[in-house]
Design a protein around this ligand. Sequence first.
Ligand SMILES: [Cu+2]
Length: 180
Amino acid sequence: MTTIADRRSELGRRGGGLQGVPVVFTEESRFVPRQTLLAALLALLSPSLWAATCSVEIEASDRIAFNRNAIEVSRSCREFTVHLRHSGSQEKTLMGHNWVLARAADQQAVAQAGLVGGISRSFIRPGDPRVIAATRVLGGGESDTVTFPVALLEEGQQYLFFCSFPGHSALMKGTLRLVD
Ligand SMILES: [Cu+2]
């Protein structure tokens, strides 16, 4: 996590400031001029210095549902991370959930192909090239995370995320799209 102090020291290292306000920080420096502090705060507010949120938390429970039906991925992200949590208490063999990403046009075929591998392969056919990203199947109380390069997403393409546990994808799915 980047703190104001980190930003300040970075500005100090660059030796620059906003609008010609000199920014000089040394280890001994105890006194921060008000102007300098203002410059640092303005820098923090500048949109270009804010990294987009390149991750999302998604949850499922003992019901056949995700807690969201849409995910937006900023084009400015190099990678995107999905944190999946199963907040229920049922065994994964009864009410398992995973998070799988594929093109919308491939979604049903990917779910179908995944049935063959069974739960030991998290209902994903090993090596299925249509799977862009997938977590393992979780039971109650478990979590998993998957990260994928945003470069895998094509402009104008439609994507769906879904749970490939048998019978779940009709209810457990949503859209994923690129945004600015
Ligand atoms: Cu599920």
